[in-house]
Design a protein around this ligand. Structure first.
Ligand SMILES: NC(=O)c1ccc[n+]([C@@H]2O[C@H](COP(=O)([O-])OP(=O)(O)OC[C@H]3O[C@@H](n4cnc5c(N)ncnc54)[C@H](OP(=O)(O)O)[C@@H]3O)[C@@H](O)[C@H]2O)c1
Length: 323
């Protein structure tokens, strides 16, 4: 048996309860990982409450089912390989790893079994906490940025630059791709976003980036609250509009923009087999190109508290749960 934070019904953070559940055994292509740290993300909160961006709640509920399909949340984890299935070639018992579970979740627990394609060796210079903190945000940021084929010196604006996704987008765009980066955030986070590498910062409480006359090669919106009709005017004709999140009303405008105006748009989601991308992140972390920001850390049994904090929408970087 093992301990896990389990939720049996959708609802507020209190639905997360510490329980004893069956310890999993690895299939032939799987590794059994003893989890040391996981992350509390906005995605976890949406799944737990069966809510989603405006307009998507019903779709989310239909996709999720009447009762939670996966009673243990958590997509990101770092830990130690304890056993491997007979077909596992890339990893062995004792390896320190980090992994992304995708839709199946399950990381708010002492153990998890994952296919070897979802796991990679952890960066040697990152703690378990630092390694888990980087996963969802950096994988998402990279998934979007690489679609735009960004060239050195191109102008990239990141909206939500202080968040879990935006913070890595700033670092990757600046330090890995060599872009000229503008980060948009609230007043108290301007210095933080500058410290991540942003060349310029815009305080959205003081200035509307869609009205300052600047145009960008790429706009990456991780907040999804700026009207499409305004954002598109700030993107160059052959530029890219990247959206990590959006509301249902926005989708209609985005479809029009894509079909009629031939705007380059990316609004997809992550795949699950990310071992290659995780290894890429490991190399960037070890080379000092990107680093994780841990805002707060909670023990597993206080996962509900971690969710309350994430739901404020004001976290800076990532929230970690130690197991
Ligand atoms: N498509 C995918 O595969 C994928 C994967 C992961 C996440 N996501 C989505 O990406 C989004 C961002 O995730 P995250 O982890 O970065 O969230 P987060 O850490 O909560 O960051 C969101 C940022 O938005 C800013 N913000 C909040 N309210 C705002 C407002 N009214 N106007 C402007 N900025 C505001 C906050 O910065 P300030 O405090 O500076 O305002 C915060 O740092 C989420 O919706 C998540 O579900 C998508």
């Amino acid at each position: 048996m093992m301990k896990a934070m389990v939720y049996e019904n959708y609802g507020p953070p209190e639905v997360l309860q510490l329980k004893k559940v069956e310890k999993p055994t690895p299939g032939e292509n799987e590794v059994l990982i003893k989890i040391r740290a996981t992350s509390a993300t906005l995605y976890d909160c949406w799944v737990r409450s069966a809510t989603a961006p405006p307009g998507f709640s019903l779709i989310m509920r239909l996709a999720s089912g009447v009762k939670p399909k996966y009673p243990i949340l958590g997509t990101d984890l770092a830990g130690d390989v304890e056993a491997v299935g007979e077909n596992v070639t890339r990893l062995k018992s004792g390896d320190r790893v980090f992994g992304f579970t995708g839709e199946g979740m399950g990381a708010y627990a002492e153990y998890i079994c994952l296919p070897q394609e979802e796991v990679a060796l952890k960066p040697v210079n990152a703690s378990y906490e630092e390694a888990t903190a980087v996963i969802q945000g950096a994988l998402t940021a990279w998934h979007f940025l690489r679609k735009a084929n960004i060239q050195r010196g191109q102008k990239v604006l990141i909206f939500g630059a202080s968040g879990g996704v935006g913070g890595y987008a700033v670092q990757l765009a600046k330090h890995h791709l060599g872009a000229e980066v503008t980060g948009v955030c609230s007043t108290s986070k301007l210095e933080y976003v500058r410290s991540l590498g942003a060349d310029k910062v815009i305080d959205y409480t003081q200035e509307d980036f869609t009205r300052n006359g600047e145009v960008y090669d790429v706009i990456f919106d991780t907040v999804g609250k700026t009207p499409v009709s305004r954002t598109r005017r700030s993107i160059k004709k052959d530029g890219w509009y990247l959206l990590a999140t959006f509301s249902l009303p926005m989708v209609i405008q985005l479809m029009w923009l894509w079909k009629v105006r031939k705007q380059n748009i990316e609004m997809g989601t992550l795949s699950e087999d990310n071992a290659e991308e995780l290894t890429f992140l490991k190399e960037l972390i070890e080379a000092g190109v990107i680093k994780s920001t841990i805002d707060k850390t909670y023990p597993l049994q206080e996962a509900a508290e971690a969710h309350r904090y994430v739901e404020t929408g004001q976290k800076m970087g990532n929230v970690v749960i130690t197991v």
